[in-house]
Design a protein around this ligand. Sequence first.
Ligand SMILES: Nc1nc2c(c(=O)[nH]1)N[C@@H](CN(C=O)c1ccc(C(=O)N[C@@H](CCC(=O)O)C(=O)O)cc1)CN2
Length: 284
Amino acid sequence: MTAQILDGKATAAAIKSELAVRVAALKERGVVPGLGTVLVGDDPGSRWYVNGKHKDCAEVGIASIQRELPATATQQDVEDVVRELNADPACTGYIVQLPLPKGLDQNTVLELMDPDKDADGLHPTSLGRLALGIQGPLPCTPLGIVELLRRHQVEIDGAEVVVIGRGVTVGRSIGLLLTRRSENATVTLCHTGTRDLAYHLRKADIVIAAAGVPHLVKPADVKPGAAVLDVGVSRSEGKIVGDVHPGVAEVAGWISPNPGGVGPMTRAMLLNNIVEAAERRADG
Ligand SMILES: Nc1nc2c(c(=O)[nH]1)N[C@@H](CN(C=O)c1ccc(C(=O)N[C@@H](CCC(=O)O)C(=O)O)cc1)CN2
């Protein structure tokens, strides 16, 4: 068997076209959605991601608000920018690019954000709303994964899902999303303390690998026909190495490429959160 591709690049492009139509409709009502970003420090990867977010905004007609601080910025400097964006009426929502440089308290910064302007779905209130089933912005990578599966008609209802990794942007929240009644999956969260990862993987209809460990998911551990999403990013000689061994494509039914899978979907879902927030506000 050779797996079918969960094409994040093409799917994200389709979503962006749909969003551009919604942004145009908002503009006819006098509403211009605006995305703000806060980038602290000089990590080239983070800069690349933030630049990509603004390129996406330009493509769909969302206004961009860029705030940059040097690596020497203090906690107070970052908090001042957060307060400024909280008060800026042109900013529908914003993100603080993670991770913040060492020495800055990420959770305090996230908590200071106005939850109604949380574009990432990572504010404690947004995660609380997700847990309680109250409408609010959803975390972009988990939402991108669900959308990627849906748009490729991969059955989520009743599926056994194994997530590897307990980081805040993916592993912690995706279980909350996939176990909602609307998705209805059964989710096992594996991490570095999991005794027998292969045991869990062999039962999984859907595998979401977000551990950041190169080629952690081996062909022998994957159930034939399973959908495998590779979210892990490690680098070797400038190239991305994912969490999924290339041989898995011979066993799986579906596989997301990396790059070109979940990454572009994360970006598209950020735009989606901004457009939804602008529509909610415009509808009063
Ligand atoms: N505030 C946030 N910080 C971070 C998030 C996040 O969702 N919110 N996620 C990641 C970084 N990220 C977005 O910010 C992100 C990562 C990867 C991609 C992407 O499109 N990747 C490409 C490959 C790019 C490359 O060659 O390096 C792909 O997968 O095709 C987009 C966004 C951590 N921080």
